[in-house]
Design a protein around this ligand. Structure first.
Ligand SMILES: [Fe+2]
Length: 578
């Protein structure tokens, strides 16, 4: 047996993943355990859980891989430091971070409460973007693929183009600091008044309200596509001169302001957080998204010219931009697309582990990541105990009665917390830790926002649809199991599912297949039989904190929000009448 533990450590969305003989047996983000959103630091609880879940001890591990390599791109890094200088504070922070990455074994020993000498595993430092590339290609269904990874930065790079065949991939090209599409998107997101780590997805939802045309010419000054890949117009940013003021400690990452005064000259004063959203803000958001799409599709065309392989794998935080992903098959020569469900940084835990198994050890591929249900699961007794501990009572229904009864509650307008099986890995709830409501009710968005989610009104909610029905409701029918593709809603269906039809008549859909998630499939099927609409609105099971992991957290969220029904496995809890 070969056991490989992959880690994303000292970087946002810290996570751990465990491979046994090439099969992904466990993977989860640290934030779900310690309840700190996007938490960086060392994934100590996630790593300990992975081993416990598989019944392994520290001494059973053969390899430990971390998705950071302080030596990667070192020559360019040093050259840049010498030429441009860097503040002492910035250099000190970077050196301390690099030292932690090199000493992962000590942190792991502490997390597992063992002596470092008990960990006999070989340690591998995997360049951040190679871990992203590995995270998409090695678990994809493709023997051969073109691979693109795009994010803010990792190990001094922001973009990697690669080509994979069998158990190996070759790096074709990189874009290095200071040029980065992730930084571009983050900078304008900050200007728009969303300073928190991970807020870029909000702006993707805002963009369709605006008109891109007014500002798109200016956006081309921020991102230049001439030359082979792209460059930033550095006048608009500060990260190049001042470094990025980031914290990667045991907390939610923060990132200091990275847009320059030139951005304010170009677009006007930055929006204060929670200030009114004006037409200008919406138009800038639209132009930002349009520019991102233009640059991303440009990179894909370059990648196509260099590889001519019709299969495409995507990873990196920018690959979570589902709007541009939806344009790939209609507008580029790529015919098949695989986006890893944890395309952001947590997925590099999986990628670094597969980098060892395939790229390093040369082992044959045998695993395809068809679902994201790799996190903790809980027994019926544990669910019952959580309900009882909260002083609530539940009715236990057999499967046949359960799906019909819950579908009826959804169709009657109830807000249902749906907790089943193992927790999802990656940022999306995909039917195991979801809040599910009726997509036919136009007021459902406002109800969810007022009672539970408290999100900005402009943000869309996403549909889950039976896979076979996709083409009847959307203009593309290619499978989208991980909610990373946005499709146009068919014109005759838009007014039938108003709660999941965004302002530009699109949906960021999850296609649900019976063999991938039979229980969620049966719930949607039962809702479809009752209503003629094989679609539900699916949003993550949380209020403002990370998605719930345990039955206790589900019960607590149910109790403190105004949810109507909670389903834990086969147990149904109804809210008492006020
Ligand atoms: Fe990344």
């Amino acid at each position: 047996m070969t056991a490989i533990l992959g880690l994303n450590a000292y970087h946002g969305d810290a996570a751990a993943a465990l491979l046994i003989d090439g099969e992904l047996v466990a993977a989860a983000e640290e934030e779900r355990f310690n309840r700190v959103k996007h938490c960086a630091g060392f994934p100590e609880l996630a790593a300990a859980w992975c081993l416990a879940d598989a019944g392994l001890t520290a001494g059973d591990l053969d390899h430990v891989a971390v998705s950071r390599d302080p030596k990667a791109n070192l020559g360019r890094k040093l050259l840049r430091t010498i030429r441009h200088g860097a503040s002492a504070r910035y250099l000190k922070a970077r050196l301390e971070n690099a030292a932690k990455v090199r000493d992962v074994k000590s942190a792991l020993a502490a997390a597992l409460h063992v002596d470092p000498g008990e960990i006999r595993a070989a340690l591998h430092n995997v360049e951040h973007h190679q871990a992203h590339v590995a995270s998409a290609f090695f678990v994809s269904p493709f023997e051969d693929a073109a691979i693109l990874s795009v994010d803010g930065f990792g190990d001094f790079a922001s973009t990697m183009l690669a080509e994979g065949h069998g158990s190996r991939f070759t790096v074709l090209d990189r874009v290095l600091f200071p040029h980065s599409l992730g930084i571009f998107y983050t900078a304008v997101t900050q200007w728009l008044g969303f300073p928190a780590y991970g807020d870029e997805g909000k702006v993707m939802g805002l963009a369709p309200y605006g008109n891109a045309e007014r500002h798109v010419a200016r956006m081309r000054e921020l991102v230049h596509l001439d030359g082979s890949l792209f460059e930033l117009g550095l006048d608009y940013f500060t990260h190049d001169k001042e470094g990025v003021d980031m914290t990667w400690d045991e907390q939610s990452p923060t990132i200091g302001r990275i847009y320059s005064d030139r951005m304010i000259e170009a677009f006007g004063p930055a929006r204060e957080t929670r200030a009114e959203m004006t037409q200008t803000h919406e138009d800038v958001a639209a132009a930002l998204q349009a520019m991102l799409e233009e640059a991303y599709l440009h990179l894909l065309r370059v990648l196509w010219e260099r590889t001519r392989i019709p299969n495409l794998c995507l990873a990196g935080g920018v690959a979570l931009n589902a709007v541009v992903n939806g344009r790939i098959r209609p507008e580029t020569p790529f015919e098949e697309v695989y986006v890893q469900p944890a395309a952001g940084d947590s997925g590099t835990a999986v990628g670094s582990a597969y980098w060892v198994w395939n790229q390093q050890l040369g082992r044959a591929r045998s695993f395809v990541m068809e679902h994201a249900y790799t996190g903790p699961g809980y027994s019926d007794e544990e669910c019952a105990a959580a309900i009882a501990a909260a002083g609530l009572s539940a009715e236990r229904l057999d499967d046949d009665a359960l799906f019909a009864a819950v579908a009826e509650r959804i169709a009657e307008g109830d807000v249902v917390g749906w907790f089943q099986g193992r927790m999802e890995f990656g940022p999306r709830a995909l039917g195991n830790r979801s809040i599910v409501v009726d997509p036919r009710r136009a007021d459902m968005k406002d109800i969810l926002n007022a009672r539970i989610k408290h999100r900005e009104a402009f943000r869309p909610f996403a549909p889950s649809i039976l896979a076979e029905a996709t083409g009847d409701w959307f203009e593309q029918d290619y499978t989208s199991p991980f909610m990373v593709l946005v499709y146009k809603t068919r014109p005759d269906k838009r007014d039938k599912i108003p709660a999941v039809n965004h302002v530009d008549d699109t949906g960021r859909l999850q296609t649900v297949e019976r063999q991938v998630n039979p229980r969620y499939y049966r719930l949607i099927e039962a809702f479809g039989e009752r209503t003629g609409v094989p679609v539900v609105l699916n949003t993550s099971f949380n209020e403002n904190e990370p998605i719930v992991m345990t039955p206790e957290q589900a019960v607590e969220t149910f109790a403190k929000t105004k949810m109507d029904v909670l389903v834990l496995g086969n147990r149904v809890v109804r809210r008492e009448a006020p």
